[in-house]
Ligand binder design. Structure first.
Ligand SMILES: Nc1ncnc2c1ncn2[C@@H]1O[C@H](COP(=O)(O)OP(=O)(O)O)[C@@H](O)[C@H]1O
Ligand SMILES: [Mg+2]
Length: 289
């Protein structure tokens, strides 16, 4: 039992609430539904659970065209047709053309796995409901072969969704829900430190201050997220940028802002006399680029 308690991993910062949600979901055998804006560590959490509990990790990336059925199994009729015309295989044995999907793989595994259903909100509205039954009873029937596939071990299911989209009530009822809010500066500092333990403190402090200033600007089309901050501190380091220049010049701004309008808004503010300089708490001698 002890083995099945998730307590975090050295590469992932986890709050106590989130850790509890993970453990409750595993103990109750219910999917853990994680919502939060992009970059809040939803995908990474599932990886960390697998690592922390030493369980194999199966990722099902959901696209707009993904159907629930594909997660169970796919019947490869094209191969069968091909074999019936050109091959020497016995095509009446349909079993050989049944390929497990990600849920099927998770059910078949000899070891309990972590099954990540990533970005469920990308699929159509029916998708979550279509999966409910199988995830509840942990088995499914394959009519083509008359087989029932039952989970050898109930997978720890982690489902992620971006914040905007609502999911069906029936689905929500069955999940343990946790919302990861965007990390505050202190938490973010720890997250960056996990990735870059040797980062110079002044550079990190400068980058954090500038990053949160940019995020606080009204009307941004796309707020920069954790991934962008991680890339940015790397760019600042590689570029040999002195920490004093970060807030006043915002070097490599394109690493954190990906929309023209956002970029221009920030540039306007940098060049407006005094505006950003005051934000940076700098003296009048600072030179702008
Ligand atoms: N709590 C955290 N601890 C360590 N790294 C994190 C954390 N949250 C986010 N990250 C890092 O931020 C980036 C984005 O995380 P990701 O899991 O892809 O976010 P999401 O799936 O929510 O969009 C990754 O590089 C990840 O390592
Ligand atoms: Mg993700």
């Amino acid at each position: 039992m002890e083995r099945n308690i998730y307590s975090g991993t050295s590469d992932y910062m986890v709050s106590e609430d989130l850790r509890n949600a993970v453990n409750i979901s595993i103990a109750l055998g219910r999917p853990l539904l994680i919502k939060g804006e992009p970059g809040t560590g939803k995908t990474m959490l599932a990886r960390s659970i697998a690592l922390g509990l030493d369980m194999p990790f199966i990722i099902w990336n959901i696209k707009s065209t993904t159907k629930a059925q594909e997660g169970l199994y796919v019947y490869d009729t094209v191969q069968r047709l091909y074999d019936s015309q050109f091959g020497d295989r016995d095509v009446s044995d349909i079993k050989q053309y049944i390929r497990p999907g990600k849920v099927g793989e998770a059910f078949n595994s000899e070891k309990q796995v972590v099954l990540l259903i990533d970005e469920i909100d990308k699929a159509d509205l029916e998708f979550p409901n279509d999966l409910l039954w199988e995830l509840d009873v942990m088995n499914f029937f394959i009519p083509e072969t008359g087989e029932t596939i039952s989970a050898k071990h109930r997978p720890a299911v982690v489902i992620t969704s971006n914040a905007e989209k609502e999911l069906p009530d029936a689905f929500l009822r069955r999940c343990i829900f946790h919302y990861i809010s965007f990390p505050d500066e202190e938490m973010m500092e720890s997250i960056v430190r996990v990735h870059y333990p040797n980062l110079e403190s002044n550079l990190l402090a400068g980058a954090l201050k500038a990053f949160y200033w940019v995020r606080s600007l009204p009307g941004l089309l796309k707020k920069p997220s954790t991934s962008e901050l991680l890339d940015w501190v790397q760019a600042l380091t590689v570029g040999g940028i002195h920490p004093d220049r970060i807030m006043s010049e915002l070097p490599f701004l394109g690493v954190i802002l990906k929309k023209n309008q956002d970029f221009e808004q920030v540039l306007r503010r940098i060049h407006s006399p005094g505006g950003l300089q005051r934000q940076a708490g700098l003296t009048g001698s600072r030179k702008y680029v």
